[in-house]
Design a protein around this ligand. Structure first.
Ligand code: ADP
Ligand code: ZN
Ligand code: ZN
Length: 703
């Protein structure tokens, strides 16, 4: 770390810094250096009046054409105490930038821990000293490992030999985690430097998994990477991985960009989970990048990649059907337990205004009396989605969004779930003064309240009243509250847990024998073509929380059940659900997708525009589409008309989008690349005045 002051600079360095695409600065900036630097070195460079973190991308002996040598500024510092980011890492970043249509600098710098951005060379030296004392030891295996089931043993054996990406199609409770643990063990044992990356959708939702990894691979070998860490922790963990000291990185989608110089295994747990797709900045899919990365790393030595799920994404399922992925199935549950039996509750035959069918209440009471737990799923938080006045028709709309503000009874607020705008519940209708304004519809808060009342007479085996708890974004906001709620559930402190899709994630609850879904139908007829896939996965995953301990179920003599309240019991989705037949469901969905040439058969990108007026947002999109004639790939594309987004206005910003579709991924890619500058130039058109920002979403998950 020497101060570089070039009296006679002779090295020219291309440095990438965080510049958004179209800042007019290009992908990298040229600086000079008076000593050799290797690509991948982090540097501090002057940019305007600031000093910023950059990454050396290329080094040259002669200044590049068209660069004004006199204007090239010297690099301020090279952070070369840190080993450079290697070729594979840079190739991954370059691919992600290209594929998701972002600038190289934006993706590269966003992939680094934020604390690195402001780190001065002296601070880095101190950090590295700390790391030097950090001994990695992933070898402390606990004495007794469970004997693998035959299915697990077969899957593991196939997995460690696979040359293709593996889709581990294991039913809920089949013991996928144990297979991951053994696969990681095998990878680390095979090579004293090997590293493994294990990705999970939301790390806080599954503290159990992290605990299992820490327990199995003595703490120092495991670091986590996710947004819940402090900047200092994240830097520390990132450095441990980058220096090869951490042998295992456990993280959320961002971890796909971790620097892992000896990466030999990537696990993507619950690979169907939408949280693997980023919804801001570069809208990357960590699952798709994991596949790319494993292939890239394999150029040096084999790097395996495993996608695991009981309800794979249709993309992955299709890839397995085509033979691009190797499918390994684990259809049985550990202990031989059965999956829940489906009980459809026909809402057409219930008393008027029924929220929870009387038979279901009764079933919940009987379970609690026997010391069994139940889950009640309702994908809507708050007390009621809207308050309304029945005299004048007033509704609790958010003043800033085209959405209702949700009624939260606990603190008597109306809260917009899109922009966060919060007001007190009015005493009377703001329009007509009517005192009788009432909630319409139901959320988790209300169901929790109703259940507590309806189950008031039931007693647990210990004679205590039945305990109802709630798990959703509102009850888990405070630090540690999610963990404590899950712990209460595991400890049997709670009899009935009401919650949003959070309750359906990979939890290994042992005493649940009943799962109920209340407002299921919203997913049946949603306009988004992925809605059935999502609903099916949600119900299968929720069902998968029940009957996980076969011995407990046998002892209790209980029937394990999935209750679904619906107005459409004849819907074909339920027939496949009753059989737990994901392959049949997937086959039927893929057939429809193929007929309509939708993903994974067709390829899509969305251009999203935000503007002060809906007209401006749409005008910009329409003009950019008109200006796209003749661009490469254009003849293989369909550009749909600009339309308002589902929630058209958020925080007083109007939103519109345009769908671009093609049967050819290369054509779509070539087109987007050529279209970018056109999109940018169209901003200057008077019709687009009022455009605030725009972004491209490649392979969007929701339309
Ligand atoms: P999945 O992720 O496939 O739903 P888990 O990995 O959570 O399933 O495993 C389900 C349960 O079975 C867990 O409690 C786990 O500890 C247990 N388990 C897994 N493999 C074995 C095994 N070979 N022997 C005994 N118990 C096992
Ligand atoms: Zn009114
Ligand atoms: Zn709002």
């Amino acid at each position: 770390m020497t101060e570089v002051l070039p009296p006679s600079p002779d090295i020219w360095v291309d440095v990438v810094v965080t510049t958004p695409a179209h800042s007019g600065l290009g992908d990298s900036l040229v600086y000079r250096s008076d000593r050799p630097l290797v690509p991948g070195t982090l540097v501090r460079v002057p940019l305007g009046s600031r000093d910023t973190l950059g990454l050396v991308w290329a080094v040259r002996d002669t200044p590049p054409d068209g660069v004004n040598v006199a204007q090239c500024r010297p690099i301020a510092h090279a952070l070369d105490a840190l080993p450079p980011l290697n070729d594979h890492w840079r190739t991954l970043v370059a691919f992600a930038a290209r594929y998701y249509q972002r600038s190289l600098g934006e993706v590269a710098l966003a992939a680094l821990p934020p604390a690195l951005r402001d780190l001065q060379p002296e601070q880095l030296t101190r950090r590295l000293k700390k790391q030097a004392q950090w001994a990695s030891d992933a070898s402390a295996a606990p004495a007794d490992l469970p004997a693998l089931s035959d299915e697990q043993a077969d899957a593991l054996q196939a997995l460690v030999q696979a040359t293709q990406p593996v889709l581990l199609f294991g039913t809920t409770g089949s013991g996928k985690t144990e297979v991951y643990l053994r696969a990681v063990r095998a990878a680390l044992d095979a090579d004293p430097q090997a590293q493994a990356l294990v990705m999970v959708p939301e790390i806080n939702l599954t503290p159990q998994l992290e605990a299992r990894f820490r327990e199995r691979f003595a703490t120092q070998g495991v670091v986590s990477l996710h947004s819940g860490l402090t900047p200092a922790q994240r830097l520390q963990h990132w450095l441990a991985a980058h220096l090869g000291k951490a042998r295992i990185v456990l993280g959320t989608r961002m971890a796909v960009f971790a620097s892992l110089p000896h990466l030999r295994l990537i696990v993507v747990d619950e690979e169907h989970d939408p949280s693997y797709k980023s919804q801001e900045g570069a809208r990357y899919s960590a699952r798709d990048l994991a596949i790319y990365r494993a292939r890239l790393e394999s150029a040096t030595a084999p790097c395996r990649v495993v996608l695991g799920s009981a309800t794979p994404s249709l993309e992955s399922w299709h890839a397995a059907e085509q033979g691009r992925y190797r499918r390994l199935a684990m259809p049985g549950r550990i202990g031989g337990g059965a999956l829940p039996r489906l009980r459809l509750v026909d809402m057409n035959h219930q008393p008027k205004h029924t929220a929870i069918a009387p038979t279901l209440i009764d079933a919940l009471a009987r379970r609690a009396e026997r010391g069994e737990q139940s889950l009640v799923l309702l994908n809507r938080r708050g007390y009621a989605p809207v308050l309304a006045c029945h005299d004048c028709g007033w509704k609790s709309d958010c003043p800033h969004c085209s959405a209702h503000a949700v009624f939260h009874k606990i603190d008597r607020t109306l809260r917009c779930h899109h922009c966060g705008h919060t007001t007190r519940v009015p005493r009377a209708c703001p329009e007509c003064g009517n005192l009788d304004i009432a909630p319409v519809g139901r959320g988790t808060e209300q169901i929790e309240e109703q259940l507590a009342g309806l189950l008031a007479d039931a007693r647990r085996p210990d004679g205590q009243p039945v305990r109802v708890a709630r798990l959703d974004a509102d009850t888990t906001r405070a630090k540690g509250s999610l963990e404590s709620r899950l712990a209460d559930m595991h400890a049997g402190e709670v009899d009935v847990l009401v919650g949003t899709q959070m309750v359906a994630k990979g939890h290994d609850f042992r005493r649940i024998t009943l799962v109920a879904s209340l407002n299921t139908d919203s997913g049946l007829f949603a306009s988004d073509y992925r809605a059935p896939e999502r609903l099916f996965a949600l119900l299968m995953q929720a069902a998968g929380r029940a009957g996980r301990d076969a011995a407990f179920v046998a002892e209790q003599g209980s029937a394990v059940e999935l209750w679904v309240q619906t107005w459409y019991p004849q819907h074909p989705l339920f027939a496949a659900l009753a059989r737990h037949d994901y392959p049949a469901f997937a086959a039927q969905q893929l057939e429809e997708r193929e007929a309509a040439q939708m993903p994974p058969f067709g390829h899509q990108a969305l251009v999203r525009a935000e503007a002060r007026t809906q007209d401006a947002a749409q005008a910009w999109l329409t003009l950019a589409a008109q200006a796209s004639a003749g661009l490469p790939g254009r003849e293989h594309l369909t550009l749909y008309p600009a339309v308002p987004m589902a929630v058209q206005r958020v925080a007083n910003v109007e939103r519109a989008q345009m769908l671009v579709e093609s049967h050819s991924r290369p054509a779509l890619q070539a087109f987007l690349k050529a279209w970018q500058p056109v999109l940018h130039a169209t901003r200057a058109r008077p019709e687009a005045k009022g455009l605030i920002r725009w972004a491209i979403d490649v392979d969007p998950l929701s339309l």
